[in-house]
Ligand binder design. Structure first.
Ligand SMILES: Nc1ncnc2c1ncn2[C@@H]1O[C@H](COP(=O)(O)OP(=O)(O)OP(=O)(O)O)[C@@H](O)[C@H]1O
Length: 828
């Protein structure tokens, strides 16, 4: 007993060694050492620079190496850094690494700045980088200036460079050394940046590309924003003889000139005025200039009207916080070298460019006129706008024809035209004309490259920009997920849902930094989203239990969705404490350091929950899934959580009233029955689509027909590989743990038999920083507040930190790491 007590006392008495160690961990000491390093590197800089000018003059004194001469006041050394500076410069430059010795002082300066906490850098990275450069340049200069060693006081590569290159020449010859230098330089660039590989690939493929570019137009240089334009086919104008008897004369004399706004993307460079003296026996067909490659921003900013679920004014007062640091917080700092995917990772399709098949257009025109005529409907004008997969024929009926008559004939007309995918819009909203959409014989693939590379997308300032494809008028179709704020995607199997989801996710990957966005990917089919698992540590959020990054198991889905609800509630609390209404204001405040991280405030990335085959989930888990989905859909937009759910079973038992009410934005791919279309869009239309990415996007009043961009699995793989090759966070973004009420676990009770996997690391962190702060654990390990809190409770129970002290950090009861190790050993 007495021995135990003694042991315990011994445990708590810090050894003198640990006192010294603790002394050197003191921040002020760090600052002083850092400052000394910086000043020393400036001194070295002076000595090195001066050496180039005075080295020759000082050479004899330095070479004599007589300590008395060098120590004498009257030593005749010319170097600005004195005799010791001259000695150091001569030693490091001539005897060691040559002029590349400058990298030594670069590293010393960086290390000094880090110790002073002026710059936050990864020292080991700088160390490796500087060392490699030091050695490489030394060998390079030694090799390149080998013949100058005899007649110059300056050894460019130092003795190291000279000796190594002489040995290398003896082993692999002069060409071999050049090649070795080239290879090692390339390896170094690859180590520094993953883009080197892409760049080299392009370099090697240069000839091939040149030829290809001539045929296809320019592929944008890597990383550059470029608007993809398509070639300009010749002007087209139709004066088509009317082949049927016309009782009344065609009323129009003039067809208005429709000037293109931008000639970069037109099928017809100008829309011609049809002859003023239009023959009364003719129905003219005008080709509408396809719209310039502009963005359809189909968003309605309901953000202003949104009320958070709490009264901002009555939220508890929190004193105005102003962080100690002046610089704004940079959320991307941890991954500051992150490079966004480049556009050349995507495929360029051969048939991406629009062309007009005149025979097809003439035939369609005749079919439309004849069909309508067979129902007693005469038309006065017909205008065609050729889209990527569908052509819109806009017709103006003769005076006296009731539009309701045409609307009533919708099915008959579609049947008479006997083509799949015909849709009649009677009337076209705001135009007073009737639209007939007819699929093209040779549909064009809308490539991901053409929409993601479009100028509007690249320059978009949306918070969560999503580019889906192109409209019937060839406009790039974009929307801001933040404004939607949730999207329901439905369509029969094989009609393009998965490709559509890829387009959505890819759009976000191209525009968002890993610090700003996290995905929760749910994929009961287990195949669709597996390609995203490699970007786990960059972009994915998951439960902290070490499970798969892509959630496939139904029980896990329920847990994850509930955990997202917990995250939502936590975020609401933080918003309330911060007196802000939404995540944008909150993050602005946090970035300006007006929110105290010690109180649990943190930068909030957007969270986008994407659920494929949501129908399967509802069938297996029912309300358990529906309830959290509905809750998130109702509340989460203010806290930056958005949902995209997809189903191939658009039936009312899957897309229930609750789901519909909370998903105002809907995307319908082709469905087999009109009922399904009504379930998704509250109107028919989706049953008339042609499949392969042909879709209707509904947000508000009228659906927009869009051809979805084709972003194939290999393309997504290229993009995710590009991201995965880069440095990521140590772990995925951990969602808070969710403990269901019926699981029987008492959250408050701490089970020391089941310590958190991060327990020991967290303990070390706390002891090293001597700061018992939950948010420190949260930040360093990128984990949720709940998990960090639980670790802190475990640390308290283990006697490593003291009890909670309200908003103040807890006391740390371990003096140093030795002390901690002993305690950890006692726990085992
Ligand atoms: N936007 C598009 N452009 C061209 N072709 C497309 C497009 N979208 C899909 N397709 C074609 O349709 C096929 C099926 O697409 P996808 O896998 O996305 O369908 P799905 O609706 O997800 O099917 P399922 O529900 O069975 O997974 C693709 O392999 C492709 O050939």
């Amino acid at each position: 007993m007495a021995k135990k007590k003694l042991d315990k006392e011994a445990d708590q008495t810090p050894s003198s060694l640990s006192k010294i160690v603790a002394y050197f961990k003191n921040e002020t000491i760090h600052f002083v050492i850092g400052l000394m390093l910086v000043i020393f590197s400036v001194y070295l800089l002076l000595a090195f620079s001066s050496f180039f000018a005075t080295g020759a003059a000082d050479q004899s004194i330095i070479d004599s190496g007589n300590p008395a001469d060098l120590a004498a006041v009257d030593n005749h050394v010319k170097n600005y850094a004195g005799s010791r500076g001259a000695q150091l410069a001569s030693y490091l430059i001539n005897d060691c690494f040559g002029v590349s010795s400058f990298f030594i002082l670069v590293f010393l300066a960086v290390a000094g700045l880090k110790l002073m906490r002026v710059r936050i850098v990864r020292l080991w990275k700088w160390f490796i980088g500087c060392t490699l450069l030091l050695v490489w340049f030394s060998v390079f200069f030694g090799f390149a200036f080998m013949n100058h060693y005899q007649d110059s006081f300056l050894y460019w590569g130092g003795m190291h460079g000279y000796n190594v290159s002489r040995w290398l020449i003896s082993q692999i010859g002069v060409p071999g050394v050049w090649m070795l230098l080239l290879v090692t330089a390339i390896c170094f660039f690859i180590y520094m940046s993953a883009r080197t590989v892409v760049w080299l690939r392009k370099l090697f493929a240069l000839n091939f590309l040149k030829r290809k570019q001539k045929e296809e137009g320019q592929v944008p240089p890597m990383g550059e924003t470029q608007e993809f334009t398509t070639s300009q086919p010749q002007e087209v104008e139709f004066n088509l003889k009317r082949t049927y008897k016309q009782n009344s004369p065609a009323p129009i004399k003039d067809v208005p000139v429709e000037e293109p706004q931008d000639d970069s993307f037109l099928y017809t460079s100008e829309s011609e005025t049809v002859s003023k003296e239009t023959n009364e026996d003719e129905v003219t067909m005008v080709f509408e200039p396809a719209a310039p490659n502009t963005t359809v921003v189909s968003t309605e900013d309901s953000g202003n009207g949104f009320e958070p679920g709490f009264d901002v004014e009555s939220a508890p007062e929190e004193e105005e916080y102003q962080g100690p640091e002046v610089e704004p917080y940079n959320p991307t700092k941890d991954l500051e070298n992150y490079r966004f995917p480049t556009i050349d990772l995507m495929k360029h399709f051969e048939n991406d460019d629009p062309t007009i098949d005149m025979d097809e257009q003439n035939a369609n025109k005749d079919r439309i006129i004849n069909t309508l005529r067979s129902f007693g409907i005469e038309i006065s004008t017909i205008k065609a706008t050729v889209g990527p997969t569908v052509t819109l024929y806009e017709i103006t009926p003769e005076q006296g024809v009731r539009i309701s008559k045409i609307r009533g004939l919708e099915d008959d007309i579609a049947l008479s035209l006997s083509a799949d995918g015909i849709r009649i819009i009677a009337p076209i909203p705001g135009k007073g004309t009737i639209g007939i959409e007819v699929p093209n014989k040779n549909p064009k693939i809308v490539s991901g490259q053409s929409v993601i590379g479009s100028k509007k997308f690249q320059e978009s300032k949306f918070d969560l920009p999503i580019v889906l494809g192109k409209t019937i008028t060839n406009e790039v179709f974009m929307f801001d997920l933040c404004k939607m704020p949730h999207v329901l995607v439905a369509g029969a199997t094989g009609q393009g849902k998965s490709v559509g989801l890829n387009a959505i996710i890819t759009s976000l990957l191209y525009k968002k930094h890993p610090a700003e966005l996290k995905f929760v990917l749910v994929d009961p089919k287990k195949v669709e989203f597996s390609i995203y698992s490699v970007i786990e540590n960059h972009f994915l959020a998951k439960l902290p239990d070490g499970g798969e990054p892509i959630i496939t198991d139904v029980t896990k889905v329920v847990q994850t969705l509930n955990s997202v609800c917990v995250e939502m509630d936590t975020r609401y609390d933080l918003l309330k404490m911060a007196h802000v209404r939404n995540v944008k204001e909150y993050n602005d405040k946090f970035i300006n350091r007006r929110l105290n991280p010690e109180k649990g405030h943190k930068f909030m990335p957007y969270i986008v929950v994407v659920i494929d085959e949501f129908g399967d989930l509802i069938m297996t888990a029912g309300k358990e899934v529906e309830l959290p989905i509905a809750r998130i859909a109702q509340l989460a937009r203010a806290v930056g959580i958005h949902m995209i759910i997809a189903t191939q079973r658009p039936t009312t038992n899957i897309i229930t009233g609750t789901i519909k009410a909370n998903f105002p934005a809907r995307i319908a791919f082709r469905v087999s029955a009109m009922m399904d279309s009504r379930t998704i869009l509250d109107r028919p239309g989706a049953n008339r689509l042609i499949g392969k990415g042909d879709m209707l996007f509904l947000q508000g009043a009228d659906p927009v027909r869009v051809q979805c961009a084709f972003i194939d699995t290999p393309e997504v793989e290229e993009i995710t590989k590009f991201i995965a090759r880069q440095q990521g966070y140590p772990t995925p973004f951990f969602l808070p743990e969710f403990v269901s009420e019926d699981s029987g676990n008492d959250v408050g009770e701490i089970d020391m038999g089941r310590l958190d996997p991060l327990f020991e690391d967290a303990a070390r962190l706390i002891v090293i920083h001597q700061q018992g702060s939950t948010s420190l654990i949260q930040r360093k390990f990128a984990i949720g507040y709940n998990r960090a809190g639980r670790i802190m409770d475990q640390l308290e129970k283990a006697g490593i930190v003291g009890p909670t002290q309200g908003s103040k950090a807890r006391d740390v009861l371990c003096m140093d790491e030795n002390d901690l190790e002993m305690r950890l050993n006692n726990l085992q």
